[in-house]
Design a protein around this ligand. Structure first.
Ligand code: NCD
Length: 300
């Protein structure tokens, strides 16, 4: 599972229904769908939600996890290549999840592997499982995805969540509004891809241009670790911020999303607004990953 380009509407429909069912079943008590199945969770970059929700998902389904996130404590510190490392990890597990700072690294190493591998974020490339939980969240919160106007706001150049999301949403009948500070626009290939699918996609420099029409506002943080010049990150910071005042101009039934971690792009005063769904969104990640793991393990 390397890129959202692998998914179609029928797969998404089945996956989301499964996530919905597993959520209800798991609330009733422990499940053993993945008993005897093990996951190697390998993170070469920091992670909270993605790694913990994969672990929680395995635990809820009765599977086991080998967690590797302190790469300095592994043989990678001795100079072992990603390829060698992963070829060994797949021998200890049934499914491997990998996050890596280099775009394309997960795709490249997958060529050497025989077991299923899930991309948990490859640098500025993609974050397909995040996009799945994002679309699942829209569907759960609003009831449908079709017919919506979805605004993505922030550092759209470096943010891999929005790179995957814009492609995944292009499978639906939606309008997409892209709002970013100058120089941090969505890479043109993703804009063109959406347009080629017949999506009404427009680019804007300020949230005020789109706030009134948006059904979903998806905010991302400045990906400062990916800036060549940290001063540029500092300069762009704060040029788009959602406050309670911003939300007064938004639709009463819109939803405010964020993949988290939030830095300062959504003020905490927004958290109590019923339209703010980012913490539920993080919880949805666990249900979607439960469904995904069940499918990848061939148990659903
Ligand atoms: C995102 C990521 O790692 O790309 N976090 C996540 O997985 N929820 C977003 C980010 O780091 O800004």
């Amino acid at each position: 599972m390397l890129s959202v380009t692998q998914f179609n509407r029928s797969f998404l429909h089945q996956l989301f229904n499964l996530a919905h069912d597993l959520r209800i079943f798991a609330q009733r008590g422990p499940l053993n769908i993945l008993s005897g199945v093990s996951l190697a969770s390998v993170f070469y970059e920091p992670s909270t939600r993605t790694s913990c929700s994969f672990t929680a998902a395995m635990q809820k389904l009765g599977g086991t996890v080998i967690n590797l996130s302190d790469m300095g404590a592994t043989s990678v510190a001795k100079g072992e290549t990603l390829q060698d490392f992963m070829r060994v990890m797949e021998r200890y597990s049934d499914i491997v999840v990998l996050r890596h700072p280099e775009k394309g690294a997960v795709q490249n190493v997958s060529r050497f592997m025989r077991k299923p591998i899930i991309n948990a974020g490859d640098g500025t490339g993609e974050h397909p499982t995040q996009a799945l939980l994002d679309v699942y969240t829209i569907r759960e919160e609003i009831g449908t995805v079709n017919g919506l106007t979805i605004a993505m706001v922030g550092d759209l150049k470096h943010g891999r969540t929005v790179h995957s999301l814009v492609q995944l949403l292009s499978l639906y009948d939606v309008k997409i509004r892209l709002v970013s500070p100058k120089g941090l626009e969505m890479p043109p290939e993703y804009v063109q891809l959406a347009a080629s699918k017949g999506i009404d996609v427009t680019e804007h420099s300020h949230i005020n241009h789109v706030i009134a029409e948006a059904d979903v506002v998806y905010v991302t943080r400045m990906q400062k670790e990916r800036f060549a010049d940290p001063a540029a990150a500092e300069a762009a910071k704060g040029s788009y911020v959602i406050t309670a005042q911003t939300l007064t101009k938004a639709k009463p039934n819109m939803i405010l999303m964020h993949p988290l971690p939030r830095v300062d792009e959504i003020h905490e005063e927004c958290d109590l607004d019923p339209r703010a769904v980012y913490f539920r969104q993080a919880e949805h990640g666990m249900y979607v990953r439960m469904a995904l793991l069940a499918v990848v393990a061939g148990k659903a």
